[in-house]
Write a protein that binds this ligand. Sequence first.
Ligand SMILES: Cc1cc2nc3c(=O)[nH]c(=O)nc-3n(C[C@H](O)[C@H](O)[C@H](O)COP(=O)(O)OP(=O)(O)OC[C@H]3O[C@@H](n4cnc5c(N)ncnc54)[C@H](O)[C@@H]3O)c2cc1C
Length: 441
Amino acid sequence: MGTQVVVVGAGFSGLAAALALARAGVRTRVLEARDRVAGRVLTRWLADGTQLDLGAQWVGPTQDRVNGLLARYRIATFPSAAHGTSAVLFPDGRHAGVPEDAGRVLALLDAYAERVDPAAPWTGPEAAEWDRTTLAGWLRTAAPDPATARYLGRLLAGGLLAAGPDEISLLQTAFYLRSGGGSRALLAMVGGAQQDRIVGGPPVLAEALAAALGPDAVRLGAPVRAIGQDDAGVVVHTDSERVEADAVVVALPPTLAGRIRYDPPLPPLRDALTQRMPMGSAIKVHAVYPEPFWRADGRSGVAFCLAGPVTETVDNSTPESPRGVLTAFSYGPEANALRRMSPQARQASLLDALATVVGPAAGRPEEFVEYDWSADEWTRGCFCGAPTLGSWCGYGPELRQPVGRVHWAGTETATRWAGYLDGAIEAGERAAAEILCRVDR
Ligand SMILES: Cc1cc2nc3c(=O)[nH]c(=O)nc-3n(C[C@H](O)[C@H](O)[C@H](O)COP(=O)(O)OP(=O)(O)OC[C@H]3O[C@@H](n4cnc5c(N)ncnc54)[C@H](O)[C@@H]3O)c2cc1C
């Protein structure tokens, strides 16, 4: 019996799609470019067992799909480290505090978000105006002073989308806030998207999904190069095989979906969309110390920096290991500036920033681990893809619209928790539901 549906990509979205199809009795085959499943999720274990989550790491309340799967496969979570006080810092280490009016501006943005339809952000009376307005431009008028505008630009464009505030539209910001349930749900640690981590690392959940699909359901090391379709079905080409099926789910970020060759070629608007949803640009590094020394003087290791190469730091130590792990995130233009440096200069710059947060001892880690997802051929940036200015209104309707027998998944196509693991699962299940309406079972 042949394959009925091919799923391209074994990230959370592709695996969720395949599982939903398989459960409905559809013969499904997943083709994955890498030699592993899980996509933008990767955990590295140091020799002593310290867990470093190099990609996605957090789950939180209201992320019902990912939490549901964790429960189904009996995978436990643990609370993110939260000891001592957090800081908002100037580059020289002086404490700045959260700008007084930041909450008021965030509340205004949350109110804007309420007016966005997460399934169709391009509709709505303000959509066109918000889509051509940068977040930075809006903040210049909505925030009472440049310091508040700068803080919120780094917090929202950087912390949520790994971009600069000049690169992100007001509409994308409002959509993202809406999709995640508001600024508090997105930004908070306790009670928000950064609340919990996964015992064993997030890949264990992807591996459980792949195992549930059964042996041979996922073909690793099989980058899809071309997809052909006609009235009879689809033909999906890897370097070594061609797989015929009734339909295909492409569970990739749009920009990677656009690198596959389609026959017939994608319609102009769908192809244009794939050219207008670049991935974010984040560098996430881990510095590992004999112990979380910063806790002794009451510091949490959690900081938000108003300037400099690092925007955010967190204490990523785990209960299982005595070692202390500080993780730093650099976003958008700052991350790009770091990429232009030599590895040694980049490390020095990042360690300087960590020393500003928790003191000079941060400059002397036992281990320093960086992973640049922008350099990874099968991701090319993170956390997710986001429409460029004007692109929600210009090309938004093409985001989920199937092209003949080709259906689109991936977290970028989600309406709830888009950009997150939870959104990836929603998108995969939605694409599977589309297909179930068309294949014979
Ligand atoms: C540093 C970082 C931190 C993050 N933090 C969080 C977090 O804390 N919480 C959270 O919820 N989310 C977080 N995210 C986002 C989260 O990782 C993604 O939303 C999610 O993993 C996307 O899943 P996906 O299946 O849509 O895409 P992907 O995971 O990108 O899956 C796509 C798959 O397709 C494969 N592929 C690509 N091209 C081809 C091809 N041509 N043929 C075959 N296969 C192909 C890829 O190898 C990959 O396995 C983070 C991401 C990063 C990188």
